[in-house]
Every structure is written in C-alpha cells, then in structure tokens.
Design a protein around this ligand. Sequence first.
Ligand code: UGA
Length: 458
Amino acid sequence: MVDVAIVGMGYVGVTTAATLAHIGHRVYGLDIDVGRIELLSRGKAPFYEPHLDELLARNLERMHFTTDYGEAIPRADVVFIAVGTPSLPDGRPDLRYVEEAAREIGRHLNAERFTLVINKSTVPIGSGNWVEAHIRRSFSETHGEANGRFAVASNPEFLREGSAVSDSLYPDRIVVGADDPRAREILRKLYAPLVAQDFSPPESVPRPEHVQTVPYVETDTATAELVKYAANAFLALKISFINEIAALAEKVGADIRDVARGIGLDRRIGTSFLQAGVGWGGSCFPKDTAAILATGEEYGLKMPIVAAAREVNFAQRKKVVEKLLGELKIIKGKTIGLLGLSFKPNTDDLRDAPAYDIARELLEKGAFVRAYDPVAIPRAQREWNLDIEYRKSVLDVARGADALVLVTEWKEFTELDWTEVARVMRTPVLIDGRNALPGKVVQEAGLRYIGFGVPAHF
Ligand code: UGA
C-alpha cells in the first residue's frame, strides 16, 4: 500500500483518488473548496459522472478529504498534482494553479522522507523541471535547507468524461515519465495492481473481456508530457478529418457513416472517433490543441495539421445554422429547439460545448431558442448568459417548434419515439448534429431528417 495525496478534486483528481483507493492505496484528497470536500467526505462526487459515487462510497474507509495541505502532504509517499490548467487568451495554458500547488507541496513536504510528486495536470512540455524548481524554492524557504528529498514525475491522464471510472480502472495503457530511478520504482509499485488487474471490479463497471493486463509505458518526463498532447491532438484531428470527408460526402451523395465504417475496419485506422457531426468540445481537445500550437510557436514551429483540425472543428458549429437556413429559409422569429447542451453525453460539463455557439448564433439571427438536457440545465442556467428557454422534456421543446437540433447524443434522445415529436412540431425538421439517430425511422415518423454527410433521402 502506498500513501497518496492528490491536490485538486476535479474530474481527474476525484477519479484518480477513487481508483487508487479501490486498488488498495490510502488516499488523501485535497482541494481549497470546502463544499467539495464536504460532499466528497460523504462519498459524493461534486459533479455528474456515472458510477463515481459508487466507487467513492465503496472505498471511503481508505480515503480522507481535506482542505489542509499540512494534514495530507507530510504523510504521503506520492503527491499528485491534478489541478486545472485552463487556456489563457493566447492558447497557452494558465499554470497559476499548478504553481500554487507546487509551492504548497514544497512548504509541507516531509523533510524526513522521500516524496514523489506526480504531475497529472496537462502541462506544457518541460513543466516537470519548472514544478520541481517551485517545490524546491518553497521547501528551502520553509525548512532552510537547499534540497528536499523529492522527485517530480509526469503521469498523463487519458480518461474521458462520462466513462471516467471505466477508463481509470481498465485503461488502454499507463504512461509514466520519470527521470529519477526512485520515482520509477514507486510508480511501478503504485500501479502494480492496475497493470496486473489485481483487484475486484465494481459490479456496475465490470472488467471488459479483452482487458487482462494493462501495458505500462515508462519514459522520460518530457516524452510523457508530449504523449498527452499528441494523443489528444491526434484524436481531435481524426474527428476533424471525418468531418471534412462528411462535407464531401454531402456533395457527392455518399453516406459518411458507411465511409467511416469502411475505412475504420482497417485496423491501422480503427473505427472509433470517426463519428461526424457538430465536432468536438469539452475541456480537453480545444485547450490541448491550442496549447500544442502555442508550444510549437515558442520554438518557431508551425503545426499546420493541428491548426487545420481546429479550423474544421469550429466551422462545424456554423454548419448547423447553415443547414437550418437551407431548410427554413428565414430563421428570424422561428423557434429552434436544442436537444442536449453538454459537450457530450453522460456529463453536465458545458466547457466549450458546441451547443453554446449554436445557441448564440441562432439568437443573433433572431431565433427563439429552447433547450432540454437530461442533466446540464442547472449548470447552463448558472454558467451561460444566453436567452435560452430551458424546458423539462423533449416534447416540451418540440411543441410548436420550427426545427430541432440534436446536439448531444444522450441515450434518452437516441431511443425516443419520434412520431409524437413530429406531431407536436410546427414544421417537423430535425438536424441530427451527431449522426446518432436512425434517419429512416425518424423520417418515417414524419420528420425531415438532416444529418452530417448522410443522404437526405432514404
Ligand atoms: C478526451 C480524451 O478522449 C481523453 O482520452 C483525455 O483523457 C481527455 O480528453 C483529457 O485530456 O482529459 P473527453 O474530452 O472527456 O476526453 O471526451 P471525448 O470522448 O474524447 O470527446 C471529446 C469531444 O469529441 C466530444 O465533444 C465528443 O462529442 C466529440 N467526438 C468524439 C466527436 O465529435 N466524434 C467522435 O467520433 C468522438
């Protein structure tokens, strides 16, 4: 068993905490937000994430949540930094929270023992050294010694919101970057139960059959930091690529869903992340693609492929409005209903959600915008300053509407009876912004179905 402290109780921090406790370690969760700590102490995640409450509740005896660095850091063998790194206006990540965490860690580091500090926040390449310098400085300010006994390693996170628990317990790989042999040894010990899958899976998140052991990739710090950016940039450009091909499919009358399957079955390409539609949002792809470009620029390096992936992506949101214009001719005064607000299903996260840009543009064009989302409405009411009328159900949104736009492919929408929806609309037009619906069924239910790169007639 390893004693672990985790600074930052966001998505990554809380999921990592619950996972490490589940595989047998003792975990201290740290955050400056008292409300968060209180919720977590009762086994409740401070955000919506399927199965996370269950994992927390099950492992609460090995977890302790606190706002006090002094309580957690001196007891820990391993300290994770899992604070946010939001984008600055120029695309570079704002490292102020990482710096603050590093300073607090340095101040409270146990001078008597070796501590490994692991960066899980997505930070620019080379930040390992920078974090180390901050810890060293605040350690010597407090202890009056030049050197604390610690090392800094990088351990990027690949979990997805909405499937964070499964991604953490059964990852495709674990990547650790450490230059210090002591750090490598502790990391191996920390992750041994995950690598060997030596723990009992929670009932609601069973182990997928193909997962027996987890590949463990050991690198130097800078390499691990670059793996994270390269992985997200690659996934982002895979989606932008299919969206570009979807535009061509529309012109030539081909069906992008079959194109995606046709290319994806080539194992070198792979079928996932080839779903065309309104494109990617969230807290990761927009931020990380901007950050990798900013890093390139610092070295005078142009990265045209990543830049194009961004350009294609943000243009997808405008296509919704173009498609509506094509159908309705005039948008001003029309009522448009949005189905789904979060950037993807199974989360209430609204960061860089396509729904925001779509709603804003429709409002600018004089439309009335209504919306329904199974979980994200309270958050949208708090965080978005847009004149959207939030409704309680799909039918409530559809009643008297001139068009619906499916923005997030929640299960509730993909399993809907569309006949009733068609009946209550003023003009039954449906833009499927995720190509998630059975077009033929929707069309037979009486709606005009418009996808992204799918033929208009069935
Ligand atoms: C992403 C990565 O998938 C994770 O591996 C990574 O750990 C995480 O970022 C991070 O850096 O923290 P996440 O942003 O939670 O995870 O969600 P994804 O499932 O990757 O979806 C991102 C966006 O792409 C969503 O808006 C989704 O709707 C969109 N998407 C995804 C598509 O438009 N098409 C697809 O085929 C797949």
